[in-house]
Design a protein around this ligand. Structure first.
Ligand SMILES: Nc1ncnc2c1ncn2[C@@H]1O[C@H](COP(=O)(O)OP(=O)(O)OP(=O)(O)O)[C@@H](O)[C@H]1O
Ligand SMILES: O=C(O)C[C@@H](O)[C@H](O)C(=O)CO
Length: 330
């Protein structure tokens, strides 16, 4: 079963949200207090997804706000050289800074991210900086949930969603829930449900859907999809870490994607690499079952490497892993 996209578009995917810096511990398998050196990469979930999908051959664009500093310029150059259209990046003129994410790798299972996101430029994107003529040129608009956490970025994203709907562009909502970005869970649930109900495809982990539904205990996938299918979504993807993922269609079908065996270095980056390859496969006309394999294989490759963005795999690497067929049974 496939998802249909508008074929006569210049861009396959335009992402909106943050493009930031990841500083990943070079000395790992220890607490960050003992890490003296970090490697710099472009980061931020929607930027990682745009980079991953461009590496797989999609034509990607980006809507976001960058700091007028060395980090902002590094991000723009890196993304442009990765083949992403960066013409709709706005450069902040009010002294806001680039978001930084320091990653701690204590062990392959124990990873955490220390975020510096006070007054970050990406959350100052305004509705006036979102351009209808740009969004109209894409098959897909990819929304990252964190961009809904503060105004004016929140309103900018809501405007982008309504422009996409007006122009018959598919809205993909990657929940990308980062609790520290939000005032409280009530607020998250309000904006997450507002955007999820208007989206065509929603992708998130079980925990993220619990945030969307404002639950304190783990919800059931069946209840989540029953709720979302009363609204716009035609496809809902729910990820369960190493236990794999499920894709549910409005027409009542369920598909399961199994995780692939790998030597895990760290766990972050899994979600972004999964989304980029899953969307690449769907937009390239592959069926949902195959798209789940692409997403899982891509994630399995990225968790074995040091970064999230730079480590995004090629189609050949993904297909080689799928062909090996060494899935994790849980
Ligand atoms: N340890 C692992 N080994 C192999 N594949 C994995 C592992 N962990 C996750 N994956 C793959 O990555 C996919 C997404 O992982 P997960 O559900 O943890 O998403 P996420 O929480 O969004 O990721 P992130 O840690 O980047 O926020 C899974 O469906 C699975 O296919
Ligand atoms: O999304 C972020 O802001 C940080 C990411 O770039 C980081 O690599 C990560 O968390 C990926 O899951």
């Amino acid at each position: 079963m496939k998802v249909n996209f508008n074929t006569d578009k210049e861009f396959d995917i335009i992402a909106i949200g943050r493009a930031c810096i990841d500083l990943n511990a070079v000395e790992y398998n220890r607490p960050m207090e003992e890490t003296m050196t970090f490697s710099k990469y472009v980061g931020g979930s929607p930027a990682n997804i745009a980079i991953g999908s461009a590496k797989l051959g999609l034509k990607a664009g980006f809507i976001g706000k960058l700091a007028d500093d060395q980090h902002g310029r590094f991000i723009e150059k890196y993304m442009r050289e990765a083949g992403i259209d960066t013409t709709n990046f706005v450069v902040d003129q009010e002294g806001h800074k680039t978001g930084l994410a320091f990653t701690e790798i204590k062990s392959p299972e124990e990873c955490s991210i220390l975020m510096y996101r006070q007054d970050v430029a990406d959350l100052y994107l305004t509705p006036a900086e979102v351009n209808e003529d740009y969004i109209k040129r894409s098959k897909v608009l990819l929304i990252s949930g964190t961009a809904l956490s503060k105004s004016p970025s929140r309103e900018a994203v809501i405007k982008a969603v309504s422009l996409a709907k007006k122009n018959d562009i598919k809205v993909i909502f990657e929940l990308d829930y980062r609790p520290y970005s939000w005032e409280n869970q009530e607020e998250t649930a309000v904006y997450y449900s507002l955007v999820a109900e208007q989206s065509d495809v929603v992708i998130g982990t079980r925990d993220e859907y619990d945030a969307l539904e404002n639950r304190t205990t783990e919800g059931k996938n069946e209840d989540t999809v029953n709720y979302l299918f009363m609204h716009s979504p035609e496809l809902v993807v729910i990820k369960h870490g190493v236990e794999g993922s499920y894709a549910y269609t409005k027409s009542g079908k369920t598909f399961r994607g199994k995780a692939y065996k790998t030597k895990v270095l760290k766990t972050f980056g899994a979600g972004d690499s999964y989304a980029s390859a899953f969307l690449f496969a769907l937009i390239s006309g592959k069926d949902i079952e195959t798209a789940l394999k692409y997403g899982s294989a891509s994630a399995s490759i990225v968790v074995s490497k040091h970064s999230s963005s730079e480590a995004m795999p090629t189609v050949e690497e993904i297909e080689a892993l799928i062909d090996k067929n060494e899935t994790i049974s849980v």
